[in-house]
Write a protein that binds this ligand. Structure first.
Ligand SMILES: Nc1ncnc2c1ncn2[C@@H]1O[C@H](COP(=O)(O)OP(=O)(O)OP(=O)(O)O)[C@@H](O)[C@H]1O
Ligand SMILES: [Mg+2]
Length: 259
């Protein structure tokens, strides 16, 4: 039954002007599942995530998220659902004038009735999760790109979302940080049974986090399978993602299994 799905997207279509981006998107995720979306640049991966949180309105189709069809919701209902969804944007999107501590306290002060001590310990807990407790008093301008990204992740997970949407969480990060963020995605799944969609073209990340991978091509998901299944695909388009992983990296990848 469709209500079993935390995310159930059917026949989603979206064009901008005369350009069709999403032709017919269908995607179902059960609670606690992590699905990775692969696809070339500019093909609609971020647009799909933005449709899920109602930042972009689809032309047609249903987007049933936690049982509610997003395009049918009024603004208040949409805000209520959004509180259960963590969106890790392609850019970190931190407030430059606030310290790391303040950036993390902000969503808790605004959206919860936690007291000061609870907030303090939650901030420390999530900073620990992303390995940046040392940065608690720094300003965003003092952080590297990778650190900003990790603080952006911390700010999202601090709200204990039921659904996490990760838009290129590891792009531009070094292999070690990539592995750390990827393991964090797995930890979120194990610790809180979070349901995640991860947009990436980073195969190290895909290998670590994916229960299932879907491949976006010409506005549809053309392939679906586990990392190991898709790695054996004979389809040239699917192969192109795996071929980017050269032999040397492949050797390293064997160290990056889900732990
Ligand atoms: N608000 C918008 N108005 C008009 N066109 C848009 C809008 N948002 C996205 N597009 C277009 O839709 C297409 C898909 O964009 P999207 O951001 O989803 O790509 P993507 O698959 O996430 O690519 P990348 O891997 O580079 O992030 C692009 O051609 C983009 O220019
Ligand atoms: Mg994108």
């Amino acid at each position: 039954m469709s209500l079993d799905y935390i995310i159930n997207i059917e026949n989603l279509k979206k064009s901008f002007g005369s350009t069709v981006i999403l032709k017919d998107i269908n995607l179902q995720l059960k609670k606690g599942e992590t699905v990775v979306t692969l696809g070339k640049s500019g093909t609609g991966k971020s647009v799909t995530l933005k449709c899920i949180v109602g930042l972009i309105s689809p032309d047609s189709g249903t987007l049933r998220i936690l049982g509610k069809n997003i395009p049918e919701l009024n603004y208040e209902q949409l805000l209520y659902i959004r509180k259960k969804i963590g969106f890790v944007f392609q850019s970190g999107a931190l407030y430059d004038s606030m310290s790391v501590r303040e950036n993390l306290m902000f969503p808790l002060i605004r959206n919860t009735d936690m007291n000061k001590n609870e907030i303090e310990s939650k901030v420390e807990e999530v900073l620990n999760d992303v390995g940046l407790l040392d940065a608690i008093n720094k300003m965003p301008s003092e952080l590297s790109g990778g650190m900003k990204k990790r603080i952006g992740v911390a700010r999202t997970i601090i709200m204990n979302p039921e659904i996490m949407l990760w838009d290129e969480p590891t792009t531009g990060l070094d292999p070690e940080t990539t592995r750390d963020i990827s393991h964090l995605i797995v930890r979120m799944q194990r610790k809180y049974n979070v349901t995640s969609i991860v947009v990436t073209h980073d195969m190290i990340c895909a290998k670590i986090v994916a229960n299932r991978i879907v491949v976006l091509k010409e506005g549809k998901y053309t392939e679906s399978g586990t990392y190991d299944e898709l790695e054996k695909s004979t389809d040239n388009f699917v192969r192109s993602f795996f071929e980017d992983v050269n032999n040397n990296e492949k050797e390293k990848l064997s160290n990056y299994e889900r732990k």
